[in-house]
Design a protein around this ligand. Structure first.
Ligand code: ASP
Length: 594
């Protein structure tokens, strides 16, 4: 169909005409982005993956061609043969990379027409998201989406290249498998040949990657889809992509080094030079300083300002002096209006256990202590200082207080984002991308609903050697060789050194309240594999979608996943999930309850 191109067989992308010499013959193929009719001159902007180029149809030099161009509509697919022309100085379009040149048309082929689309990829105003997802193919034609998907490609490629250069093999693991516990519900796939039996789609390749270490591959990675049926948020999707890796014989530091290496490569591919090694902080410290296991370090940590007060002061304030008194500093907020102060109180909420102390009142009643505490948290004149403490005689716990204050810190940070400006990009990657390793997570968390201990990471994580004897007697105190990599308050990934001994793995299952029979039934294959000479091993997995989202400066994963699902886990374009036919259900031996 394209044989009319003759000798001009090589087509040009719009972007490649940038700075092209005048008079150069070129063929452009793409979509009609916009058409402007100025009487004798007709301008058509052609859009392809690389950008936009203006085509000129001149009635005087070619009336028939001009007439044909008049039939063009938005999103028609066309091929234009012509010659490059330098645009006059006063008609140069500085907004597009090819704005200095245009193509003077000599031949036009309409390769396909197009229905009037529900929205135009060339428009600056965005349609609502439902529309974008239903007509995703049109949405993906938009420049911003083309750039996000290109960025994703580059990031993934950089990670692959880096890991391959470090001796990692990319190895695939099955999608149709058994349940791997990562704390979410499984997506199930019914088996036709074994009625009543189901595969589970992997929540992660966790057990397979560990088995690959038992199989002797030493360094594995995979850019892999994982499936988790859980309630969705802006930064969650039912299927998402991880960069998953595992190594034999590592210390945690070696895993961190590999991650820092591939993140450096990934960020470089997006034009950012990040600094390594990333700072490290224990889970306990993160909770104490930030009230969060994923601290956003773009804003100051909290300070325990107890030292500024006497026992009598605490009594006067109704504060429990045995727990920290946490000062939250939000920089550059300036003086607050009455209304803002009331809003801040509302933001804090009403608690039986905690108190928000009004700094202005404190200044009046305890001026010296207030001065001292401001010094303790290095407050500047226009910083907002908010003080949170536990009520005297209340039942607040240390973790409860820290979490509460940490959450309030983030709410204030969000409210005053324009004023402190810490969330704005400065152009300095060391400031814009605050990475952190959070280490030594607790091994278990107490599940209040189920009234039992559950793994804080997953049950294959190794406890600290020295905490082994506390597994049954004091599970709360057991620390794990588990770590998270955090960027700007977002958890990018989690990993751990694994249990490589079968007897210890059994013990952990036991501590989790799993009987030996249940452990055998669920993980028998794995427990057996552990008995055949398992090397010590460990690894990590990071969410690619999140990394690309942050690099793209996007605020939803849907901006960087080509075909994402809605918050109700629906694909609006293909309309999935759907009911299936009776015949299909019958074949699978499944009956759906109405
Ligand atoms: N499988 C874990 C996850 O998906 C990561 C890891 O421990 O390597 O979170």
């Amino acid at each position: 169909m394209l044989d009319f191109l003759g000798d001009l067989r090589r087509t040009h992308m719009c972007g490649s005409l940038r700075g092209a010499d005048a008079g150069r013959p070129a063929v452009l193929m793409g979509w009609v982005n916009r058409r402007r009719d100025l009487g004798n001159l007709l301008f058509v902007d052609v859009r392809d993956r690389t950008g936009i180029t203006q085509i000129v149809f001149d009635k005087e030099s070619s009336p028939s061609l001009h007439e044909k161009a008049g039939t063009l509509r938005n999103e028609y697919v066309i091929a234009v043969i012509g010659k490059v022309n330098k645009r006059d100085r006063n008609t140069v379009n500085k907004n597009i990379p090819t704005g200095e040149v245009e193509l003077v048309a000599e031949e036009l082929r309409i390769l396909n027409d197009a229905k009037q689309p529900p929205f135009l990829p060339g428009d600056t105003a965005l349609p609502n998201e439902e529309m974008r997802l239903k007509y995703r193919y049109l949405d993906l034609r938009r420049d911003a989406m083309q750039r996000n998907i290109e960025l994703r490609h580059k990031v993934v490629l950089a990670i692959r290249d880096y890991l391959s250069s470090q001796g990692f093999f990319e190895i695939e693991t099955p999608f149709m498998t058994r349940s791997t516990p990562e704390g979410a519900r499984d997506y199930l796939v019914p088996s036709r040949v074994q009625p009543g039996c189901f595969y589970a789609l992997p929540q992660s390749p966790q057990l397979f990657k560990q088995i690959l270490m038992i199989s002797g591959f030493e360094r594995y990675f995979q850019i892999v889809r994982c499936f988790r049926d859980e309630d969705l948020r802006a930064d969650r999707q039912p299927e998402f992509t991880q960069i998953d890796l595992e190594m034999s014989y590592p210390q945690p530091e070696q895993v961190w080094e590999v991650v820092e290496g591939f993140l450096t490569a990934a960020f470089r591919s997006a034009g950012f030079e990040i600094r390594t090694p990333f700072p490290r902080m224990s889970y306990d410290e993160a909770m104490r300083l930030y009230g969060s296991d994923k601290p956003d370090m773009r804003l100051p940590a909290m300070t325990d300002v107890r030292e500024a007060f006497t026992a009598a002061d605490f009594e006067k304030l109704g504060i429990d002096g045995a727990l920290p008194l946490l000062a939250i500093r939000t920089p550059k907020v300036g003086r607050l209006s009455r209304k803002e102060r009331d809003e801040d109180k509302e933001l804090f909420g009403v608690h039986g256990q905690f108190n928000l102390i009004d700094i202005d009142r404190l200044e009046k009643s305890l001026p010296q202590a207030t001065d001292y505490l401001k010094g303790m948290c290095s407050a500047k004149m226009d910083d907002l200082i908010s003080i949170v403490g536990a009520k005297a005689g209340g039942a607040a716990s240390l973790p409860g207080l820290c979490k509460m204050a940490g959450a309030y810190r983030l709410r204030l940070a969000d409210k005053y984002r324009e004023r402190h400006g810490a969330y704005q990009r400065t152009g300095d990657p060391a400031q814009d991308f605050r990475f952190l390793w959070v280490t030594d997570f607790p091994m278990f968390e107490y599940d209040d609903t189920d009234k039992r201990w559950v793994p804080a990471h997953h049950p294959f994580t190794s406890p600290h050697e020295k905490d082994m004897e506390k597994l049954e007697s004091d599970p709360e105190a057991v620390r794990a060789l588990a770590y998270d990599v955090v960027l700007n308050g977002t958890e990018l990934g989690s990993g751990s050194i694994r249990i490589h001994r079968q007897d210890i793995q059994q013990k952990i299952f036991h501590a989790l309240g799993m009987s030996e029979a249940e452990a055998r039934a669920r993980f028998g294959f794995f427990l057996e594999a552990l008995e055949y000479g398992t090397p010590p091993h460990g690894g990590i997995a990071l969410g690619i979608d999140r990394i690309v989202m942050i690099l793209a400066g996007a605020d939803s994963l849907r901006e960087v996943i080509p075909f994402p699902k809605t918050a109700r886990a629906v694909d609006l374009m293909v309309d999935a999930p759907t009911p299936v036919s009776e015949a299909q259900l019958k074949e699978l031996g499944i009956q759906v309850k109405k």
